[in-house]
Design a protein around this ligand. Structure first.
Ligand SMILES: Nc1ncnc2c1ncn2[C@@H]1O[C@H](COP(=O)(O)OP(=O)(O)OP(=O)(O)O)[C@@H](O)[C@H]1O
Length: 248
C-alpha cells in the first residue's frame, strides 16, 4: 500500500478536523469528496507531510513520515498541489518548476528534461519562458500541477486542482490523472462530482472529520437510487443520500 493510515486524527483546538480515519490506497485515482469543513484539506496536508497528526499512524510509500530520514525519502517521491500555492511572480514557468525539482532532489542531470516534460504535460510549452505574473489564474493552476509531477511522484495529492480550469483543460487534466494513476496513488480532493465520475477509480466521502463512504463512483451513484436525495446528476444524488444517512 502506498498510503496506510490507522485512526488518523488531527485536532485544531477543540475541532477534530480529521477524526479517526483509516485509509489504504494502492495505485489508482482516488476522489476525496465532502462538504466545506469536512476535513479534506487537513487530511491531505498530513499525507503531504506538511502537518503532523495529533494521534494515529501514517505510513506513506512504506515509510514513516514521523521519522526525519524517512520523511525526506517520502518527499522526494511525493507531489502536492495545495489549495493555494505561493507563486514567485518574477519567476518564469520553467524556473518555478525547476525550483521544485531541486527541492525534491531530482538528480541534476535529469532536471532539464523532467521540467520540460512536466511543463508539456500541463500544456504550457508555449508559456515556458513567460513570467508567472503574466499568466491567468487557470494557467497558474497548471503550473502548480507541473511542480507536483516534475519528480514523477509515486504519491500525488491534489487539493481542488480543477478550480479555475476551463472545460477543455479540465478534460485534459482528468486524462492526465488517469494516466498518472496507472503507476502512482493519486488522491484528489474536489467539489466537482463530474471530476470524480470521469477520472476516479475509487471515491471516499468525508463528513465532520470521518470517512462516511468508500467505494467506486458507481457504488456511490447506487446509494442515491430510489431515494429523494437532492442532486441534478446521479452521482450528486448518491453523495447527498450518503451525507443524509451519515447525519441521521
Ligand atoms: N489551521 C487551522 N486552525 C484552526 N482550524 C482549522 C485549521 N485548519 C482547518 N481547521 C478547521 O478544521 C475543519 C476542517 O477543515 P478543512 O480545511 O480540512 O476542511 P475541507 O474539507 O478541506 O473544507 P473545504 O471544502 O472548505 O476546503 C474546519 O472546521 C476548519 O475550520
Amino acid at each position: 500500500m502506498n498510503v496506510a493510515t490507522i485512526d488518523l486524527t488531527r485536532r485544531f483546538g477543540r475541532t477534530a478536523a480529521v477524526d479517526g480515519v483509516n485509509l489504504d490506497a494502492g495505485p489508482g485515482v482516488y476522489g476525496l469528496l465532502g462538504p466545506n469543513g469536512a476535513g479534506k484539506t487537513s487530511l491531505l496536508r498530513m499525507l503531504a507531510t506538511v502537518i503532523p497528526p495529533t494521534s494515529g499512524r501514517i505510513r506513506l510509500l512504506g515509510q514513516d513520515p514521523g521519522v526525519h530520514g524517512q520523511r525526506r525519502q517520502i518527499r522526494r517521491r511525493l507531489g502536492y498541489v495545495p489549495q493555494s500555492l505561493g507563486f514567485y511572480p518574477g519567476f518564469t514557468v520553467v524556473e518555478f518548476v525547476e525550483y521544485f525539482a531541486l527541492l525534491k532532489e531530482v538528480p541534476p542531470a535529469q532536471v532539464h528534461r523532467a521540467v520540460a516534460a512536466a511543463v508539456e504535460r500541463v500544456d504550457l510549452g508555449d508559456k515556458a519562458r513567460a513570467k508567472l505574473r503574466t499568466l491567468s489564474g487557470g494557467m497558474l493552476r497548471r503550473v502548480g500541477i507541473a511542480q507536483a509531477i516534475v519528480n514523477d511522484p509515486q504519491l500525488l495529492l491534489l487539493d481542488e486542482p480543477t478550480a479555475g480550469l476551463d472545460p477543455e483543460q479540465r478534460i485534459a487534466f482528468r486524462a492526465l490523472l488517469r494516466d498518472l494513476g496507472q503507476q502512482a496513488t493519486v488522491i484528489v480532493s474536489t467539489h466537482l462530482v463530474e471530476d470524480v465520475g470521469a477520472a476516479c477509480t475509487q471515491v471516499a466521502l468525508m463528513d465532520q472529520g470521518k470517512i462516511v463512504f468508500r467505494g467506486t463512483p458507481d457504488e456511490l451513484t447506487a446509494r442515491g437510487d430510489g431515494t429523494t436525495a437532492a442532486g441534478d446528476a446521479p452521482l450528486e444524488r448518491g453523495y447527498s443520500a450518503v451525507l443524509a444517512a451519515a447525519r441521521s
